[in-house]
Design a protein around this ligand. Structure first.
Ligand code: ADP
Ligand code: MG
Length: 263
């Protein structure tokens, strides 16, 4: 009915200021060292439901390390990371359960070359999360069709463009309907002409209300698409604010110098 569709519009998640939504991810004073090198020196910030947060900073500033800690690929040395009500830095945590709640896409090597698209997308759901084949295939086809790639389900990665491969990798990350999507420089290895289709998909996910933490060097995209920008520098958070506050209007000379390279 008309009333129902109006109600639906009013419930559009992206029309609600994100900071009023529940906290999906709370990073609480985390520290991470590799040997003598302390990469993260007490990092704290929150991500609220439906928020898109761009994680920025020079190469080597610890963006990937932070994301690997969130995805439990690295253990923090100190501090806590909360996913909803779950302290995921608790050593007793079931890692596979947490990984079903967090989708991840890396810069490259996301797909197995010897497996077709459908098997790539369904692999973790079937092998790690024990979904039966029908359920996994149905969910995968729904996601692939949504991005116009249903007809390529039987194709192998080398038959796809790099942009298509990354979009398939995003589908795989969305299989278990995760609470949080981590995107670590997912366009950095792509030919420039293929970057747009991947960023368009991220923009669509944002419009659908997906909660996203993305490390990127695509500054104009971060400026347009992010609700908030977190800037890492020398192991600490140098800035945490709206794109306008951080990228256009910071009074910090080092912040201004950093963004001047991207103009
Ligand atoms: P970014 O993603 O911002 O480029 P990284 O998190 O990859 O930064 O790296 C941060 C720092 O940690 C760098 O100095 C890097 O060399 C170092 N580093 C990253 N991973 C490891 C590792 N597995 N062992 C030792 N040092 C590492
Ligand atoms: Mg990195």
């Amino acid at each position: 009915s008309k009333q129902a569709s109006v109600a639906h519009v009013e419930e559009n998640p992206t029309s609600i200021p994100a900071e009023k939504n529940p906290v999906v991810l709370r990073i609480d004073n985390i520290r991470k060292s590799y040997g003598d090198l302390e990469v993260l020196k007490g990092i704290s910030f929150d991500i609220h439901q439906h928020e898109v947060v761009a994680l920025l900073g020079p190469s080597g500033s610890g963006k990937s390390t932070l994301m690997r800690c969130v995805n439990l690929l690295e253990q923090v040395n100190d501090g806590q990371i909360w996913l909803g009500d779950t302290d995921i830095t608790d050593p007793a945590i079931k890692q596979d359960d947490i990984r079903a709640r967090i989708g991840v896409v890396f810069q490259q090597f996301n797909l197995f070359p010897h497996m077709n698209v459908l098997n790539n997308v369904t692999l973790a759901a079937r092998k790690v999360h024990h979904w039966d084949k029908n359920r996994a295939n149905e969910r995968a086809m729904e996601l692939l069709e949504r991005i116009g790639m249903g007809a390529r389900a039987k194709a192998f990665p080398d038959q796809l463009s790099g942009g298509q491969q990354q979009r398939v990798a995003i589908c795989r990350a969305l299989m278990t309907n995760p609470e949080l999507l981590l995107l670590d420089e997912i366009t950095s290895a792509l030919d420039p002409m293929l970057v747009g289709e991947v960023l368009d998909m991220v923009r669509e996910l944002k419009e659908q209300g997906t909660t996203i933490l993305m490390a990127t060097h695509e500054m104009s995209f971060a400026h347009d698409a992010a609700d908030r920008v977190v800037l890492l520098r020398k192991g600490v958070i140098a800035e945490n604010g709206t794109p306008e506050e951080v990228m256009d209007n910071s009074q910090d000379p080092q912040t201004r110098e950093f963004f001047s390279h991207f103009r």
